[in-house]
Design a protein around this ligand. Structure first.
Ligand code: AMP
Length: 414
């Protein structure tokens, strides 16, 4: 019976079949994070709106158009988190994490919310996993977070992945560059799309992302920051590249790479997957040396990434089969149901995945059900207290020693 309710636009249900592939991804990520010493952090699903306005940037699409903002009963403006980094920096400051050994290495996973036009790979509630390395300006930290995401994508077997790498320079270099970029855009205003033209002074970098021909033509001759990096910025970028080279991670330097958040400085990167069509980025990130100061803390360099769980799953497009059960407990006589219930709990405590009939079926119905749920063996409790053990793969059945059921069902290794 179809319900008149449906999941809200841009959201989706994760049904058990899809949940298995998701769980495999989450386990792989948790292991990679743990092995590299990135401890888990969880922050609230909503924050003060001002945190994102200030942290993500007033000129970004996220803040201008995509936030789910609401007022609580006390009149405070709150926003469902559109991304994770601003919240984690807020938590770093709120809990005085600068007193911990630096850099502080954190990982997270959870739902995020953006009011975007839904399409394949783009949702209004989606999930990201990510890592942040806070408190080091060394290129080693940049290389480490890039390697973490690279490792995850290759361990999962995401096909057709390419890493694009760029640098935005330090905040000062970026500022000087942006003036030149704005001048270039103003000189060609007539050829730009309306959207880009309106944002020349607030977010000129986004022009690199435009998909209209006019703007693309203008951008082909625009100055890029990568070609003008100098001094410590150039050295930093070169060192990140050398570290990736030494680790055997291939990448393409992309001088037109930009990201949708304002806070990036120096290294930026993006992993794209050629199987994904329009929404091809599976994950990306970069350095955000100015963000913590922007949020009221002391200058604190940091770098991190976020990856889209749905995008990775779309790229993998794989069905993970159900695990099946080790055992199903059937009763030949209803008088055995209590015993079956007690026994199934004992089996579970011994680490065996076991189920019992919860629908009061006939023995035939129970065996059919055991087959449907993929039980490997069925223990049939007879009315006289004896038990039969049936191997569902071979169909073989024998009398079980009820004094040693655990051993019987684990092949002698309880
Ligand atoms: P961002 O926080 O914008 O840097 O995005 C990081 C990653 O999150 C992207 O590479 C995508 O994989 C994923 N992502 C961002 N926005 C969405 C969305 N609306 N729906 C699904 N995935 C998204």
């Amino acid at each position: 019976m179809a319900s008149k309710f449906q999941a809200p636009r841009g959201t989706f249900d994760v049904l058990p079949e899809a949940a298995r592939a998701r769980a495999r991804l989450e386990r792989a990520a948790a292991e990679i994070f743990a092995r590299a010493g990135y401890e888990t952090i969880a922050t609230p699903a909503f924050e003060d709106t001002a945190l994102f306005e200030r942290g993500v940037g007033q000129s970004t699409d996220i803040v201008r158009k995509e936030m789910f903002t609401f007022e609580d009963k006390g009149g405070r403006s709150l926003t469902l988190r559109p991304e994770g980094t601003a919240s984690i920096c807020r938590a770093y400051l709120e809990h005085g994490m600068h007193k911990l050994a630096q850099p502080v290495k954190l990982s997270y996973l959870g739902p995020f919310f953006r009011h975007e036009r839904p399409q394949a790979g783009r949702y209004r509630q989606f999930h990201q996993l990510g890592a942040e390395c806070i408190g080091s300006d060394s290129p080693l930290a940049d290389a480490e977070v890039i390697m973490l995401l690279s490792d995850l994508l290759s361990e999962l077997g995401v096909p057709g992945v390419e890493l694009r790498l760029g640098s935005l320079g330090s905040l000062e270099a970026r500022r000087a560059y942006l003036e030149d970029l704005k001048a270039h855009l103003h000189a060609h205003e007539g050829e730009l799309s309306k959207d880009v033209r309106e944002r020349i002074d607030i977010n000129p970098l986004r022009a690199f992302d435009a998909d209209d021909e006019g703007t693309q033509g203008v951008m082909a001759s625009a100055p890029t920051i990568v070609e003008r990096l100098e001094g410590e910025d150039a050295e930093h970028f070169q060192e990140v590249r050398s570290l990736l080279d030494a680790a055997g991670i291939s990448y393409a330097v992309d001088s037109t790479l930009v990201r949708g958040l304002d806070y990036y400085t120096r290294t930026i990167f993006s992993f794209v997957c050629d199987q994904l069509g329009a929404q091809s980025e599976v994950g990306g990130g970069g350095r955000y040396d100015g963000l913590i100061e922007q949020l009221g803390g002391a200058p604190t360099p940091a770098v991190g990434f976020a990856a889209g769980i749905e995008r990775i799953l779309l790229a993998l497009d794989e069905a993970v089969p159900a695990a099946g059960r080790d055992a199903f407990l059937a009763v030949a006589d209803p008088g055995q149901r209590r015993r079956a219930m007690a026994l199934v709990v004992e089996l579970r405590h011994a680490g065996i995945s076991a189920e019992v009939d919860l629908a009061e079926r006939s023995l035939k119905g129970q065996l059919k059900h055991a087959d449907r749920i993929g039980a490997r063996q069925v223990l049939i409790l007879e009315a006289d207290g004896s038990a039969q053990l049936r191997d569902m793969e071979t169909g073989e059945q024998r009398t079980a020693d009820t004094g040693k059921l655990l051993e019987e069902m684990t092949g002698g290794e309880p």
